[in-house]
Ligand binder design. Structure first.
Ligand code: ADP
Ligand code: MG
Length: 388
């Protein structure tokens, strides 16, 4: 996304496309015989007009006798976003069934969690704010409970009650700059103590009228986790679910390779920051370069600091790697708000969670467990060494 390119806030949906041509995270591996397909993937992942394109890949030489194999990859429109699913399985029908199961699961969850769908469970919870508890599915309960847990871990930096502030900034409609008084008046609605998620009753109640929860910062990670479960159930032995900046992988390719993923450079359109191979892991990136607008030289973007209700200023991008997508997605947003220093401190305290953080000056910070795995692009590496 080029600077000043305007109203990127205009893309609706919690499952939404990247703004332009290249995904935040691009699945690619130049050494594989899947090259053509990968080029296709890179060019078309954000192309809104492509629906249900599929490419049958050549059978790769098998090195693992128990896995063998068809590999297919589909892109589908999930409400507003292209979702791309790759599956590896014993036969082509198995693979296709797994891919369909993955897409079906994502669509099902979107019907529960998207605040763009008026009849979704979360929309009904929001509409009943200040009035009454609303009965929800176990899935919605899981996402909300986990969001509250991540809020605790991030000292309130991750806060799903930011909904009214997200609306005030016009994040999903017309972008605008709200006045300080307007934001001040919304602050009482960000109170997470007023979000009551009752597991036994399976109800969610927002105590104050006007409250609105928004799971845009965590929902795609959860959807990727669930899609992977559905794919495994349908017989896939390996695969990738990519929902714009949220990618979950499982198993490995027929030739034994794990899934390489590239992270988009936050300030250089189309350039890569780093690459990393994933196996049974999820990666999620939160950045200030996906949906933003500029006014008087100031960049306004879609991740808000719950303390000020202004766009968080500490980072350019945060990529988190974890076993679960829900955890990676929730944490990337929370850590983006915490900033590079406090954010990295937190990552180092958590087991099985790693991160690559680009701070406001453009310096790249890599968590200790990841340093031997990440391949920084040459220019980024050089730039990083020159920094104090
Ligand atoms: P995406 O991958 O869609 O960009 P992120 O994980 O970066 O999603 O989260 C951004 C979204 O999270 C925003 O569009 C908004 O809906 C929501 N959000 C913004 N600020 C916060 C916050 N402090 N805590 C939780 N969610 C937030
Ligand atoms: Mg997130």
């Amino acid at each position: 996304m080029g600077a000043g390119a305007g109203a990127l806030f205009g893309i609706p949906g919690w499952l939404r496309p990247m703004s332009v041509g290249v995904d935040t995270l691009t699945y690619m591996d130049p050494s594989l015989p899947l090259r053509q397909d990968i080029v296709w993937f890179r060019e078309h992942v954000a192309d809104l007009n492509v629906a249900h394109v599929w490419i049958h890949l050549p059978r790769a030489a098998a090195t693992d006798p128990e896995v063998l194999h068809a590999v297919d990859r589909f892109q589908s429109e999930i409400e507003s976003a292209p979702a791309v699913i790759t599956a590896v399985g014993p036969t082509t029908p198995d693979v296709n069934e797994a891919i369909n199961a993955g897409f079906e699961e994502i669509k099902r969850l979107e019907q529960l969690l998207s605040t763009w769908i008026a009849e979704s469970e979360l929309s009904r919870v929001n509409a009943a704010a200040g009035q009454k508890p609303v009965l929800v599915s176990p899935e919605t309960m899981t996402v909300v409970r986990r969001s509250l847990q991540i809020a605790e871990v991030t000292e309130g930096a991750f806060n799903i009650a930011v909904g009214p502030a997200v609306a005030a900034w016009g994040v999903s409609a017309e972008p605008r700059i709200p006045t300080t008084q307007e934001l001040e008046s919304l602050k009482p609605l960000m109170d997470l103590h007023a979000v009551h998620a009752d597991v036994l009753e399976r109800t969610i109640y927002l105590e104050k009228a006007g409250m609105r929860i928004d799971v845009g910062g965590i929902g795609k990670g959860y959807a990727a986790d669930q899609a992977v479960m559905a794919m495994k159930k349908a017989g896939a032995v390996a695969g990738v679910v990519a929902l714009s900046g949220d990618i979950k992988t499982f198993g490995h390719l027929p030739d034994g390779k794990t899934f390489p993923v590239a992270i988009q450079h936050p300030r250089k359109e189309g350039a890569l920051l780093a690459e990393i191979d994933l196996q049974d892991e999820a990666i999620s990136t939160a950045g200030d370069y996906e949906r933003f607008f500029e006014k008087n030289g100031i960049r306004y973007h879609h991740i808000l600091d719950p303390r000020t209700l202004q766009p968080a200023r500490g980072c350019q991008s945060v990529s988190v790697i974890a076993k679960e997508g829900i955890w990676a997605d929730g944490l990337d947003t929370g850590i983006f708000v915490l900033g590079a220093d406090r954010g990295m401190e937190l990552i180092e305290q958590l087991d099985d969670v790693e991160a690559i953080i680009v701070d406001q000056e453009g310096k790249v910070h890599i968590s200790s467990g990841l340093r031997h795995r990440v391949r920084l692009s040459a220019e980024v590496d050089r730039h990083n060494r020159e920094q104090p």
